[in-house]
Design a protein around this ligand. Structure first.
Ligand code: ADP
Ligand code: MG
Ligand code: MG
Length: 873
């Protein structure tokens, strides 16, 4: 018989896959002898079984759950549903990777109308007993029965108002009995049945709800954002309750062993007296800093610090801990490696190396490569920042410089972001439903909540700037404005947030480029020592190229030449070329383009200081260059001595039914070899001149796009070679050059051994390769991908993350076939995927020589390439 349920004392930290992160760490802490309320974990495999089994929990699993429950009862000396001394439990989700707030937790389970009386008598605290029961009804109804939380909140608010009190914990036992009666009535009204009184039924329903919550929309979204596979499932932890809501010598809190925002090596945390569970995170009352505990309950503080230090020593990483104090007795409820900003991650990793706790390799492995993105974005321009006066300030919950237009709901933030605006989400407090809107925002500003509030935790996880707990804000969500520091900010107005200082400014403050220094630079050096993959950049201009070099690019993997033609002073010339009726006229028009293109190439070669540069020849269909508005058409007709009708007719003739698969790529050079001639001349003249002027040893790499057949490549290559040799002879130069191709058509992968006879290098153009293999275009995929995610057909966007199962096979096959012809064939990737860490690991495994990505992703790629080595040792 399979084992579906583990007591905490039966597990350990390395059983995360089976027990989930929370369960494995509760087991580990139990074995370390720490004060952990005991319990058991229903495994992730049981969750998978539930989904495979038509969403039901099998009798075998139920049997093991009740066995473990009996064991817990004995150990606690309490009985489930007992009228004298009832056992109460929490039911907590816990997946392999932590997904804070994405799934649901139920507290105080096991209470019913009679058990609550016993519980009141046993604890001698009936206010507390009824408070626990009303919380349970509320959570159970929300999580298990999906009755909206706000309906219960309304009942509670009405009673608080009637009694003239401000906080929940000002209500008396009698008030709470009233609340419970109304809650139960509400439940009956919503569900048509009474609130379930049988604890065993409550338990199975709650466990089922946690399993079900694995597939709720916000969990699916979170997984997609964080590359967490949908088939992992969640474990469920059932744990004896301890109570932070028993009075003024009780409380609950959250703490980090180091500052999760800056990385500073100092305990960082918050707690609330007389509170339970999510009260701290939900920002209902403003919590106290953990250092205050030193004054409130010194022994508890000392014990807390002892355990916190022990946990960090044990896990050798910054810990994020949840704890509860029940009448001066401290319990730990959770520990995990804490989420942190990229800046904090770098500082903590470097500090741990300096403290001798981890090696450089471990430090490199620890940093989430994608998170570096946060550090590469611009910061506020220092001069502008000094000149501006803040209208207020609050907690610097997640660093970054954000400026944008204010919106008051997550939906509106998302909507305006999708229309291309930069947005700032301003909320009283955020909740898990807001996740998409938060993701769409440049920055988040909340009125309530501390450094560990939902907004702060989620924002840090996403690398989004967040300023939280700005109590001075008077917000009117309905009328869509707020006031702060004497200013009134309406929906759509610009504000700027500094997530590192917590300051709030009116207007759209300018920003400046990021640089790599300090801990960041140190870690990058370590990564460079480890990695074997080279990292190049995709850059079309000298500015981008120079920026990428600053970030560590070792060459250009893709320089697109068509962008050079869209400039105002150039587009008329390419239009002239397109409209020319004879080869001679076309050549004459192209002749005029050479100086421009050559100038661009010279700028790029100079910026790259002798590093390799791959230049792709003209790729897009010609219709992208022709005018569409009447005025431009007239001007062009005038220029060329044609009638407007003639110009229109030519433009119309360029219309294609499916431009993605039309007259583009090397097909342009096959029909108009003079385009390839002109581009070759520009590339070669520029290279020779920069080589002569600056002494760089330049070897231009000319890349022919969209090849699917060897003879096609040979045809274009012959044109290139003939022209290049001519230019070399004209200059009397000894320059070398290479001709290669982009592999982006499935047929090219199948016949890569033949194509390699004509190519000196391959560069995988995985954008087109993905489009052509999946059979849908990147620009149209947005219309249906959402339905694919929600129906669990795809888990991620194949244009963002390489489909290793399908496209990966093609890449691997082409690499092997190509090298079978030409063992030293140089291989690279230059699609969007080149900056995605999981794709980079794949490229490392199949033996590519380099990846190429946008300048801002170069540091991410350097780190990911090092991690690929460490993960595949
Ligand atoms: P999340 O994964 O969203 O953090 P948790 O399962 O950690 O959810 O539960 C949230 C909070 O509920 C905990 O931080 C803790 O304060 C409270 N809680 C959970 N289980 C217990 C318990 N057995 N006793 C007391 N409080 C608990
Ligand atoms: Mg938790
Ligand atoms: Mg392409």
């Amino acid at each position: 018989m399979a084992k579906w349920v583990y007591l905490f004392k039966e597990g350990k930290a390395d059983m995360k896959n089976l027990l989930g992160g929370k369960g494995a760490n509760l087991a580990e802490m139990t074995n370390l002898g720490l004060p952990i309320p005991q319990g058991f974990t229903v495994t992730t495999e049981a969750c998978t079984d539930y989904y495979n089994n038509n969403k039901t929990i099998s009798d075998e699993i139920k049997g093991q759950i009740f066995d473990a429950l009996r064991n817990l009862e004995e150990q606690q000396g309490k009985k489930f549903g007992d009228t004298e001394n009832p056992l109460l439990v929490s039911v907590r989700s816990g997946a392999r990777a932590s997904m804070p707030g994405m799934m649901d937790t139920i507290l105080n389970l096991g209470l019913n109308d009679v058990a609550v009386e016993g519980f009141a008598k046993k604890t001698g605290n009936s206010r507390f007993a009824y408070d626990s029961y009303r919380r349970f009804i509320q959570m159970f109804s929300d999580v298990v029965m999906e009755i909206s939380k706000s309906k219960f909140e309304r009942v509670l608010d009405e009673i608080k108002e009637k009694k003239g009190v401000h906080y929940d914990n000002d209500l008396t036992a009698e008030d709470l009995k009233d609340v419970i009666a109304q809650f139960k009535a509400l439940y009956r009204e919503e569900k048509g049945t009474d609130f379930p009184q049988e604890p065993a039924e409550q338990l199975i329903e709650a466990i089922t709800a946690v399993f079900r919550s694995w597939d709720n929309p916000r969990a699916i979204y979170y997984r997609r954002m964080n590359d967490i596979p949908g088939d992992w499932g969640t474990a469920v932890n059932v744990q004896a309750m301890v109570f932070g809501n028993m009075g003024d010598t009780s409380g609950t809190g959250v703490a980090f062993t180091r500052n999760p925002s800056t990385g500073e090596a100092k305990i960082y945390g918050e707690y609330l007296i007389n509170a339970q569970g999510e009260d701290v995170v939900a920002g209902i009352r403003t919590p106290q800093p953990i250092t205050r505990l030193h004054e409130d309950m010194p022994e508890v503080y000392d014990e807390f610090m002892r355990i916190a230090n022990l946990l960090e020593e044990h896990y050798k990483d910054m810990q994020d801990m949840e704890f509860t104090i029940e009448d001066k007795k401290l319990y730990f409820l959770q520990t995990r490696n804490g989420k942190r900003t990229a800046a904090a991650a770098l500082k903590i990793a470097c500090d741990l190396v300096d403290e001798g706790k981890i090696t450089k390799e471990e430090a490199v492995k620890r940093i989430d490569a994608k998170s570096l993105d946060q550090l590469l974005h611009p910061a506020f321009d220092q001069a502008a920042l000094k000149a501006a006066t803040p209208i207020g300030s609050a907690l610097p919950a997640s660093p970054g410089a954000a400026a944008g237009r204010v919106y008051f709901t997550a939906d509106e933030a998302k909507e305006h972001h999708d229309q291309g605006e930069r947005v700032i989400l301003v909320r009283l407090e955020t909740s898990p439903e807001d996740i998409e809107g938060m993701h769409a925002s440049e920055g988040i500003l909340t009125v309530r909540g501390g450094m560990t509030s939902h907004a702060a935790v989620v924002a840090r996880g996403m690398g989004t700037c967040c300023v939280s707990g700005c109590g001075e804000i008077k917000i009117n969500e309905e009328a869509k404005y707020f006031t702060l520091g004497g200013e009134t900010i309406k929906e759509g107005d610009y504000i700027s947030l500094d997530g590192s200082t917590g300051k709030i400014y009116v207007g759209d403050l300018p920003t400046e480029e990021a640089t790599i220094s300090g801990n960041f630079d140190r870690l990058m050096q370590w990564a460079d020592e480890i990695r074997t993959l080279k990292v190049r950049t995709n850059a079309d201009t000298p500015e981008d190229a120079a920026n990428a070099v600053k970030f560590g690019a070792e060459g250009i993997g893709l320089c697109r030449t068509e962008h050079m033609f869209f400039n105002e002073d150039r587009i008329p010339k390419i239009r002239k070329m397109i409209l020319s009726k004879t080869v001679e006229a076309r050549e004459a028009a192209l002749e005029e383009l050479i100086p421009f293109q050559k100038g661009d190439f010279k700028g790029i070669y100079e910026a790259m200081e002798g590093r390799p540069v791959t230049i792709r020849f003209l790729d897009p269909p010609l219709h992208e260059f022709v005018p569409t508005n009447e005025e431009d058409i007239k001007e062009l007709a005038n220029d060329m001595g044609l009638t407007v009708e003639e110009v229109k007719a030519t433009c119309d003739s360029l219309h294609e039914f499916n431009p993605m698969m039309g007259h583009r790529g090397c097909r342009l050079a096959v029909t108009y070899p003079e385009i390839a001639k002109m581009q070759t001349r520009a590339v070669m003249e520029a290279a020779i001149e920069v080589k002569n002027e600056k002494g760089y040893d330049i070897v231009p790499e000319i890349m022919i796009p969209l090849v699917g057949e060897k003879r096609e490549l040979k045809f274009v290559k012959d044109v290139v070679v003939e022209t290049a040799e001519k230019v070399i002879a004209e200059y009397g130069s000894d320059i070398k050059y290479m001709v290669g191709t982009m592999i982006e058509i499935p047929r090219a992968c199948l016949l890569a051994n033949e194509i390699a006879e004509e190519a000196e290098f391959f560069s995988f153009g995985t954008n087109d390769l993905t489009q052509m293999t999946f059979g849908f275009s990147r620009d149209d995929a947005g219309k249906f991908l959402d339905s694919y995610y929600s129906n669990k057909i795809y888990e991620s966007d194949p244009f963002a993350r390489l489909d290793q199962e399908g496209i990966g096979q093609l890449v691997q096959m082409a690499a092997e076939k190509g090298r079978s012809t030409s063992p030293n064939l140089k291989l690279g990737i230059c699609g969007e995927h080149g900056g995605d860490p999981s794709t980079i690991e794949f490229c490392h495994k199949v033996g590519l020589n380099y990846v190429s990505c946008s300048p801002y992703r170069v540091p991410i790629a350097r780190l990911a390439a090092a991690q690929a080595v460490l993960n595949n040792k």
